[in-house]
Design a protein around this ligand. Structure first.
Ligand code: GDP
Ligand code: IMO
Ligand code: MG
Length: 427
């Protein structure tokens, strides 16, 4: 059975949770391979809304194994809170496993994320992180001083690795930032309880994933964040600290690229971004407000208002290229209803007068650039009940056809509402 990657093709929040949930119906394994609880993936099923942060979006299917892979960063307190929330709603987490290699997000990472952002804010360079400790945890991993799950749940090593890490981080917290040190005893007492609860879930999940692939089972890789937030390929430094691009799922799950045959990029029919950084098609006018309101563009986890703008086909073509997309999904078309014209950015006119159709590697060149738009007719009909191409108004059909032409990739699904069944599959 071919493995599918489902990933965000813009700046996150494209509706990955909804599509993972849809594709997970027949899947045996859903694997998260990067990021942490900075993600907020919404699944609407049976009239109920589930907001998943770290737990893979296959969790609603009792037969599906859900894996938090080696490349993910895990906040023990947060993941247990999520497990408890799902269990209270009658969703079993018995088939949830965490890789032994995954790094732990600990209180000092949360503190350092906040301190670093506050310092950058004073200099006008804040990233606008989710303050979930993601960056500092990946920093420790790269520095080779992080605590991995196998040490965290090791009854013998737990206290010494925690105490040593806390002491080292306190030197930075107090010495560099002049902030209050973290009380190691209190953290150890609190987190020992979490370690005891998580121990039975910790495995070598790369073996589980490999065996599933070998046995021809259906494996889905669930991307978090989005292509333009990738540490290398995104709008650096306004990015996250992991690899949301397709290649990241191999590194972060321990499975080689030959296992993957389909890479599905999820786009919104417009663009949003949370946090700081370049966003050429951003709208600061009433159209931007209209889209924000119609699309409910407020952070799933943080509640922050998302920045909104027109569909950016320069970004879309870039996402097709760097992810090797085989399929494109255009989600959230319904919020565009009522706008007289729909615009799609096909190039940027840079401040130096040059017009470019590729994203510059130095994304700062985008500052002050002017988007070059193609314009299409809007639609006024309610499309949330449409379930086939033929039911869509002519203007929507035209918009999708134009997007396929401009992006240069097959569009295989459309989203017309938040629920599982509010999709249109194209032949
Ligand atoms: P993710 O992070 O990519 O999983 O996306 P989020 O869950 O953060 O944000 C997507 C939001 O849009 C959620 O509130 C979804 O319930 C909602 N949503 C998903 N698909 C659609 C759609 O086709 N139409 C509308 N109106 N809302 C949608
Ligand atoms: P999902 O999976 C949208 C953004 C933050 C910030 C930057 C760095 O729901 O699409 P971080 O806390 O990761 O260090 O923040 O990345 N960001 C997201 N934006 N959706 C997400 O996840 C995001 N996860 C991180 O807003 O700009
Ligand atoms: Mg989200």
């Amino acid at each position: 059975m071919p493995c599918k990657v489902i990933l965000g093709a813009q700046w996150g929040d494209e509706g990955k949770g909804k599509f993972i949930d849809i594709f997970a119906e027949g899947a045996d394994l859903v694997v998260r391979s990067q990021g942490g609880n900075n993600a907020g993936h919404t699944v609407v099923a049976g009239g109920e809304q589930y907001k998943l942060q770290l737990i893979p979006s296959g969790i609603l299917y009792p037969n599906c194994v859900n894996i938090i892979g080696p490349g993910v960063v895990v906040d023990p307190r947060n993941v247990l809170r999520e497990i408890d929330g799902l269990t209270a709603k009658g969703i079993s987490c018995d088939k949830l496993f965490i890789d032994a290699r995954a790094h732990c997000i600990l209180p000092w990472h949360l503190a350092l994320d906040a301190l670093s952002e506050a310092e950058k804010a004073e200099q006008g360079t804040a990233i606008g992180t989710t303050k979930k400790g993601i960056g500092p945890t990946y920093m420790d991993k790269a520095e080779r001083s992080g605590i991995r799950m196998h040490d965290f749940v090791d009854e013998v090593r737990f206290e010494s690795v925690m105490r040593e890490a806390c002491a080292r981080k306190n030197r930075v917290i107090t010495g560099v930032y002049g902030a209050e040190p973290i009380d190691a005893d209190a953290v150890i007492a609190e987190y020992r309880v979490y370690a005891d609860r998580l121990r039975s879930m910790v495995r070598d999940t790369s073996v589980m994933t490999y065996e599933a692939v070998q046995q021809g089972k259906e494996v889905l890789f669930e991307g978090a964040q989005g292509t333009l937030l990738d540490l290398d390929m995104g709008t650096y430094p306004y990015v996250t600290s992991s690899h949301p691009v397709a290649g990241g799922c191999c590194i972060g799950s321990g499975v080689g690229p030959t296992a993957i045959s389909q890479v599905i990029g999820i786009f919104k029919s417009y663009t949003t971004r949370v946090g700081e950084g370049p966003f050429p098609t951003e709208l600061f006018d009433e159209t931007g407000d209209y889209i924000r309101k119609a699309g409910g563009e407020f952070g799933t986890v943080t509640g922050r208002a998302r920045r909104t703008g027109w569909f950016d086909a320069v970004v879309a073509r870039y996402a097709v290229r760097v992810n090797g997309l085989t399929d494109v999904v255009i989600n959230k078309i319904d919020p565009l209803r009522g706008l007289p014209k729909l615009k799609v950015c096909v190039a940027y006119r840079l401040k130096n007068g040059q017009t470019v159709t590729e994203l510059p590697a130095n994304f700062m060149e985008l500052e002050g650039c002017e988007p070059v738009y193609e314009e299409f007719d809007g639609f006024t009909e309610d499309i949330t009940g449409c379930r086939s191409w033929d039911e869509l108004p002519a203007a929507v059909q035209d918009y999708i056809r134009q997007l396929a032409r401009i992006i240069g990739c097959k569009i295989t699904m459309l989203g017309v509402g938040p629920a599982r069944d509010q999709v249109i599959t194209l032949a």
